[in-house]
Write a protein that binds this ligand. Sequence first.
Ligand code: HAM
Length: 420
Amino acid sequence: MNDVLPDEVGRWQRVEQTFARTMTLYGYREVRTPQVEPTPLFVRAIGDTTDVVEKEMYSFEHHGDALTLRPEGTAGAARAYIEHSVSAREPVTRWWYAGPMFRAERPQRGRYRQFHQVGAEIFGDEGPGCDAEMIDMLVGLLGDLRVPGLEVFVNSLGGPETRARYRAALVGHFTPRAASLSADSQRRLRTNPLRILDSKDERDQALVKDAPAIHEFLDAGDRDHFARLRAYLDTLGTPYAVDARLVRGLDYYTRTLFEIKGAHEKLGAGNTLLGGGRYDSMVADLGGPRVPAIGFAAGLERLLIASELDTPAALVDAFVAPLGEAAIGPGLVLARDLRREGLRCEVGTRGGSLKSQLRRANALGARVVLILGESELADGVVQVKDLEGHTQERLARDHAVRIVADRLVAASRGLGKERP
Ligand code: HAM
């Protein structure tokens, strides 16, 4: 679990704002659900033989209630969707969310115990049009975040019957070879054979290579859904590859499944930036109406490792330097006027020499320093020192704010920077 110090928060906000803007452009609305939910919700939605439920949840008892810090956002979103009868009010629901998630995993680069996801869910659309739109939107978002080396993988898992038949085939394939599987996969063979496909263990991977592929088991409806998904992605010009062995760590998926990876050099083993897919049975399984759904979530920390976006280094636009006690009050008023013009501003309320205040202004990245000394106060003027142009001029106090604001805005336009 990490602290995010102010030096890094600027990049976090940039990614969060880019995400929120994309979501709004695509018609999603933000939902905020609790960070704690009843444990049985996650067990039912995610599956009791998944790593998340078996090993990674922070669960506790409180006054007889079994509670868990949410390990992901989909189960809580589905619970809220059912609890508030949202399907009765709108045929299609598009929700996005952002916030902390908790999994007791072994920490490493890009993998933490409290991490942050940005994600979205669509309820009430069977796809595959919205599936393709979601994948294409994510490729665009990652482009906006300047993430290099993207790879998009898609697969189809079919419906519950397909899964059952595929599961039986995998058991048939792995059972005679069980002795060569890792201990973990020998256990998975009994509890959740699909998870063997996802194993990173070399012994398992050797056997996975020859395992039957899910596509041989898809029924006509599944196949048609997957073919249309690919056709829409082709029409959109979205780059992707079909990975027939793609399975994911949560049990609720049906049909469409996808993952986007970033450059391995930066992210290492945790190079999956985001993942998602359909979960057409979850809402009904949790006691709600029969409503199909699809969603994704991205790890914010991973997006930040992968993104080449910078934040503007400057923390303020202007610095007001009062020289002497009598100038502090007028300095505060001047700074408040500058802020009302939209300029970021700090006042040297600690006092100190002009030299030390200029040093502080430089460290903050200020473009101008407004100096107020005894003689300026007496004459109703301020000294405006331009730290970039290295000029200094006396301006009437009443006009200084407007003139400085206009200049800084014009200069930031000239540099193609966003207005502060
Ligand atoms: P997930 O694949 O478990 O899916 O997590 C999504 C993303 O969260 C991962 O690709 C990764 O970037 C990030 N993530 C997961 N665990 C950690 C961790 N320990 N540290 C840092 N980042 C992590 C879900 O959570 C599903 N709810 C996605 C979804 C939404 N499917 C349908 N709707």
